[in-house]
Design a protein around this ligand. Structure first.
Ligand SMILES: Cc1cc2nc3c(=O)[nH]c(=O)nc-3n(C[C@H](O)[C@H](O)[C@H](O)COP(=O)(O)O)c2cc1C
Length: 337
């Protein structure tokens, strides 16, 4: 079971909450652009900050230029990731318009080339090729020299793919057959087409058929889409013959989701978690963009009767201290809930 990557959500503070409260078997970062890296952009690399307690952790990358995947593989290896996950599922227009994300479903030859180039980068790095010979720009090399962990053992990292069941119709079997040719370690399949975006229901039958295609190969298949709990995920593993599953949106405001039969979560636990998350956010990013933290605060208090007023106040907070003040008041007036 793994945490699905979600841009704007699965940042370092969120992932630390997940690792602390109910650790899944694998965690993935938000996506970074392979082409952006090759143009020397270092700011987006903040998405790649991680903590040892998150391991195994995969870096997710998107793009459409195979050469950029080759070069950026060196970055993920140097930063000590446990694997590289290629995004072939994002439906956002700004991504697909450039041939990246889910639009790769329409260009399977390019998709295979991208996977192979990423693997070639990983393999060259494992064999000892230096980053100065990788073709990466100086800004990225300087960044790596500053941020590289002390001890990174050169080894061949697994390369995986995250995708959807099709572009505008279910073509999961055919698409997975293509992807298997480049022998990725894993393919995670979200049971919707690009056209569906996030509407309708995830088609688990389509995921199951794709899993059949991969059976007997060395590539594992993780199913994804609309899973509400671990029990739900495990039932789907049995029913659809996948090797495991990813959970995305059900983790919003619910870092306990990966606990199997954990204790009942009370309002006071949610308050504590919201405060902890705010503190982590501030520790890691400062409070300049605290506005990004507010949606998490609303999720922590979702569904509690009478929490509407508190949520409104939380939507105006700009620091962990302000969150504490609002929530400690709520906690005091709601002891024992
Ligand atoms: C806000 C948001 C951002 C997402 N960003 C990414 C992403 O960067 N990379 C990716 O592979 N999938 C991304 N996804 C898709 C999720 O990983 C997952 O496939 C999808 O939400 C379905 O799973 P769920 O029903 O468990 O949420 C995103 C989904 C959401 C809701």
């Amino acid at each position: 079971m793994g945490l699905a990557p979600m841009d704007g959500i699965t940042d370092e503070p969120f992932r630390l909450m997940i690792a602390k409260y109910g650790k899944p078997d694998v965690i993935t970062t938000e996506f970074v652009s392979a082409e952006g890296i090759c143009h020397g952009a270092t700011k987006p690399l903040s998405a790649l900050i991680y903590n040892e307690i998150e391991r195994p952790i995969l870096a997710q990358v998107f793009g459409s230029d195979p050469q950029s995947f080759y070069k950026s593989a060196f970055v993920f290896c140097e930063l000590g990731f446990d694997g590289i996950d290629i995004n072939m599922g994002c439906p956002a227009k700004n991504i697909t318009a450039k041939g990246s994300g889910a639009s790769l479903i329409q260009t399977p030859e390019l998709a295979k080339k991208i996977t192979r180039e990423t693997m070639r980068g990983v393999s060259d790095w494992a064999k000892g090729k230096k980053i100065k010979d990788s073709g990466l720009p100086d800004t990225i090399i300087d960044y790596l020299n500053l941020h590289r962990p002390k001890m990174v053992k050169r080894k061949v990292l697994p390369v995986s793919i995250k995708t959807r069941i099709g572009y505008n119709r279910d073509c999961a079997e055919e698409w997975v057959k293509h992807l298997l040719e480049s022998k990725p370690a894993n393919i995670s399949i979200h049971g919707r087409t690009l056209k569906q975006m996030y509407t309708g229901k995830a088609d688990w039958n389509a995921i199951g058929h794709a899993a059949e295609v991969a059976r007997g190969t060395e590539t594992t298949i993780l199913g994804n889409g609309d899973i509400e709990s671990i029990e739900d995920g495990l039932a789907k593993v049995k029913e659809y013959g996948v090797d495991g599953f990813l959970i995305g949106r059900a983790a919003f405001g619910n870092p306990w989701i990966f606990q199997v039969k954990g204790p009942e979560i009370m309002l006071r636990d949610r308050i504590k978690a919201a405060i902890k998350h705010s503190e982590l956010y501030e520790e890691i990013f400062g409070n300049k963009h605290f506005v990004h933290m507010r949606k998490h605060l609303a999720w922590y208090l979702k569904g509690f009767p009478g929490a509407g007023e508190i949520r409104k106040k939380l939507m105006q907070t700009s620091s962990a201290q302000e969150v504490k003040e609002v929530l400690q008041y709520a906690h005091e007036s709601d002891k024992g809930t």
